[in-house]
Design a protein. Structure first.
Length: 170
């Protein structure tokens, strides 16, 4: 839903979030403002609740307001409320570009995830170290880390790209 709909839901008592969030936003009728409920690891104080008017990350907050992916936060999809945040492949790519590790909840193997690999090089047959610098992507690739080791240049299947069960790796 768009933020205008999310704000209306908040004013009617709902908690709202974006798919990947661990916390949520809600309306405080007494203060007439949006309150941000953070995960402990996302704030300076455990379980911090912030007035949106006091945000230190204005550009980030405004980009969230511009999103059309708002959803009702509940005990299934919100870690602060006891659930688990899941998101789509587009967000998974965005997060690995930021240096985070992500995985599919539906992957069978334990400890499997993907992350961004940088500074890639290899040793040629002659013993020369070759830096894999590509004109379009630089020196980066997606690495799949699994039970058998690391697979460089992992390619997502159509099922992976269409899935909405991507999660962060702790």
């Amino acid at each position: 839903m768009r933020f205008v709909e999310a704000l209306k839901a908040m004013k009617n008592g709902a908690k709202v979030k974006l798919p990947s969030w661990g916390g949520y936003w809600c309306w405080d009728a007494e203060k007439e403002t949006v309150m941000i409920h953070c995960r402990p690891q996302d704030s300076d104080h455990q379980g911090e609740i912030l007035d949106i008017r006091e945000t230190q990350r204005v550009e980030y907050t405004l980009s969230n307001v511009a999103s059309d992916e708002w959803m009702i936060a509940n005990e299934e999809n919100c870690p602060v409320l006891g659930g688990e945040a899941m998101f789509g492949f587009g967000d998974a790519i965005k997060y690995i570009k930021r240096g985070l590790k992500v995985k599919r909840k539906g992957w069978n193997g334990k400890n499997q995830y993907i992350q961004l690999a940088t500074g890639i090089s290899y040793k040629s047959a002659t013993g020369e170290i070759v830096n894999c610098n590509h004109d379009a992507i630089g020196n980066k690739a997606i690495a799949f880390v699994g039970t058998s080791g690391v697979q460089m240049g992992w390619l997502a299947s159509q099922a992976d790209m269409l899935a909405e069960d991507w999660v962060f790796v702790d």
